[in-house]
Design a protein around this ligand. Sequence first.
Ligand code: TRP
Length: 365
Amino acid sequence: MRRPGGKLDVLKARGVLGGGRAIIPRIETASTPGAQQAARKARVLTGYRPTGPLHVGHWFGNIQNMLRLQEEHDAFFFIADWHMLTTDYDRTELLPERVRDLVLDWLAAGIDPDKATIYRQSDVPEVAEMTLLLGMITPLGWLERVPTYKERLRDMAERDVANYGLLGYPVLQTVDITIVKGELVPVGEDQVAHLEISREIVRRFNRLYGGVLVEPQPLLSEAPMIPGSDGRKMSKSLDNSIGVRDGEEQIRAKVHSFITDPRKIRRGDPGRPEICAIFALHRQFSPDILESTEANCRSGALGCVECKRNLADRIVERYRPFRERRAELETAPDVVDDILAAGRAKVRPIVEGTIEAVRDAMHLG
Ligand code: TRP
């Protein structure tokens, strides 16, 4: 567990880590009322594959959500590095840097290791054992029907991903959740099918071996649709994204490359904000000029070049504190290792309890 007064607390005191506002000293121990209250919060769990730099779509889809979850729940956030192997098994050399980058991004964004438990899937080998066991009771038909499985096979046809591991993705995910007794799992639209299959596997397990596993419930999370430069949903694979780590020039160049209303060719032409990707981003970044932007786009008074410049100014400013905190964290030695070690220590007793109960229920050693 973390030692008060250690390296991480020094970073917190400087505002580099944690909420970034006034730092409230946390000297609670397991027996203080505050800590007991925290223990009664529902455990919410979510994992992310370390697939590359965070972009603005993740920021509004995931990070904002995580910041709220860590306040309201007993939040477990983990790096799903084994899940990354389901598609990227042939580029494992990227793993160490991507894991580190993702943790640093979380920290710089305000994910607070004193509020949320941050750990790495592969630091919990019992996850692999339990995946083997749940694999024994998971019908192939359930796995073959999962929409993301079919999509990956189709979209990555050139990459040879039709492997056992990819088919087993939802089994591994079920273990991620149940091994730490996750009660709530935030689900965007693409995760509904995954959670449903997890619930079915849990029910089947409990029917066969007794009520050992907690059945997770979906926590519906809303995420605004963030378009990328081509107007489609911002996504790394479409190469249409703005990275939250991008520097000022990069942000300006990328915003400039966005498509706008094709009928608005020059200033003076009336535009349609409701179909414009730039306006969709203004909704997130520009509360101060949202109304005037909308009105002046419609009337034609505002040209796209100026409108884009206004947006780029705000994106650059919005992520400035993030970039500064991240740059400072980069220079702090061992911060990622320390946080992952603390997370691992925190989940260890929970995981041991689950795996022992599972082995017992199945009459294994
Ligand atoms: N499937 C999630 C993704 O696409 C990652 C993930 C792995 C996950 N295990 C999980 C999410 C458990 C929630 C709960 O990034």
